[in-house]
Design a protein around this ligand. Structure first.
Ligand code: HAM
Length: 433
């Protein structure tokens, strides 16, 4: 019989690697709580129109990468509907914001999410068809202060803190302002004018982008086109006073709290909803991501709620590629020769089958005391117990005939290469990290 394999571009996350995923998610959740965010969970599939309108028909995501299907009506009262696996979560969060009338509270809404997204991209290291994002969105009516540059700076400061707490080293924040809905058309017109005479000298991909979505030419990585792209007009010269002032205040607030950044006038991002501040955090070469060096991306989307038929509700958010974050942590840990896997507190080794039941009772007690315990089996030879224990745990508790009779146990500490006798009541303390 042929073996059924996972679908191209998807991944199985297995233990012990999932331990690192859980630690990352735990750190993110507790940090988001400190910054006043609450969790939002939106459906994994939505009406296709949500992404077509929200993310934009001309974007790569919507035009080529979505998993879309026609969902048949099951009963007469239903209609057939085009559905799509979410390629990102911002549109879904803003839809939920509108649907649940969160604007009416007048308060700033701060929501985070952790979950899978789906894009039919060409799979490679750091790029998958199902991938995880850890993201957050801050939005609200204008009077809630949602439009304030302080919100942009606070979000970026939070991200810098998160990456530092996770132990990501060498990250680089690149940011730009792509202007308001009124600045951008002027800039795009200028870009089209500048592209028209040089278009034919660009690669095929950029020639197409010059026609369909000229902004995208700016973040092209095609080496042969870089010299020409650098001659194109810069968006900073087309921003109106308000957008310029907004950006200046974002930078001043970042300076005030000591978050380093680099202004990159070519950073435009691949989703149509962005206005004003856009940003990415990248990691240096050799951080396990190959060419996919964007760890996270985000920006402001002051018009998205209205595009989706909702009230005016400016907002800003980001999404971290969790797969990429994990690859980075693993690569950096490997380079520094530090373990990303945590060992259990103890391995309990019964010396014979006769001690199995007593060993189980002891394991139960220690687990109830909050320790992480693996239980061996008296049918293993001592050497096998020893090797397994050394692989899985920091310590081994020997449960032999004498130990069961005296309630005093031999504990081996692997790192120190020592052993000692510990009475039963003292075991939880002796085994705690
Ligand atoms: P995005 O730049 O499309 O933005 O994705 C954010 C991050 O998700 C990327 O920086 C990358 O780390 C990760 N990512 C994207 N595609 C893949 C993939 N195929 N495989 C692995 N990782 C991937 C957004 O999704 C916006 N919703 C972010 C946002 C939130 N903007 C405002 N609020």
């Amino acid at each position: 019989m042929s073996v059924i394999l996972k679908v191209r571009g998807t991944r199985d996350l297995l233990p012990p690697e999932t331990d690192l995923w859980n630690r990352v998610e735990h750190t993110a959740r507790s940090l988001f709580t400190r910054y006043g965010f609450g969790e939002v969970r939106t459906p994994i599939f939505e009406d296709t129109q949500l992404f077509a309108r929200g993310v934009g028909e001309e974007t790569d995501i919507v035009s080529k990468e979505m998993y879309t299907w026609e969902d048949r009506a099951r009963v007469d009262s239903e209609r057939a509907q085009s559905l799509t696996l979410r390629p990102e979560n911002t549109a879904g969060v803003v839809r939920a914001y509108i649907e649940h009338k969160l604007n009416d509270s007048g308060m700033l809404q701060k929501m985070f999410y952790i979950g899978p997204q789906f894009r039919r991209e060409r799979p490679q290291r750091g790029r998958y068809r199902q991938f995880w994002q850890i993201g957050a969105e801050v939005l609200g009516p204008a009077w809630s202060g949602a439009e304030s540059p302080l919100r942009d700076a606070e979000l970026l400061e939070m991200l810098a803190t998160l990456l530092n707490e996770l132990g990501v080293r060498g990250w680089r924040l690149e940011l730009n302002s792509i202007g308001s809905a009124t600045d951008r058309p002027r800039y795009i017109a200028a870009l089209r004018d500048a592209l028209a005479p040089i278009k034919d000298r660009l690669c095929e991909d950029n020639r197409r982008r010059a026609e369909t979505n000229p902004l995208r030419v700016l973040d092209s990585k095609a080496p042969e086109d870089q010299a020409l792209i650098n001659t194109l007009p810069r968006i900073a010269d087309f921003l109106d006073e308000e957008s310029t002032g907004h950006f200046r205040q974002v930078l001043a607030s970042l300076d005030a709290c000591g978050v380093p950044y680099h202004v990159n006038s070519r950073l435009v991002r691949g989703l149509d909803y962005y206005t004003r501040t856009t940003f990415e955090f990248t990691v240096p070469d050799g951080s396990g991501l190959g060419t996919q060096n964007a760890l996270l991306g985000g920006g402001r989307y002051d018009g998205l709620s209205e595009i989706l038929g909702g009230p005016k509700a400016p907002g800003i958010g980001f999404a971290i590629g969790e797969d990429r974050l994990i690859l980075t942590l693993q690569a950096q840990a490997e380079r520094d020769e530090v373990a990303t896997e945590r060992k259990l507190d103890a391995f309990i080794a019964p010396m014979g089958i006769a001690q199995n039941a007593a060993a189980l009772a002891l394991a139960r007690e220690l687990r109830a005391a909050g320790l992480s315990i693996e239980l061996g089996d008296g049918m293993f030879r001592l050497r096998k117990s020893f090797e397994t224990a050394d692989k899985l745990a920091r310590r081994m508790v020997i449960v032999g005939e004498d130990e069961v009779a005296s309630d005093i146990f031999t504990v081996k500490y692997f790192a120190a290469g020592e052993q000692s006798k510990v009475p039963r009541a003292g075991l939880p303390d002796a085994l705690r990290t």
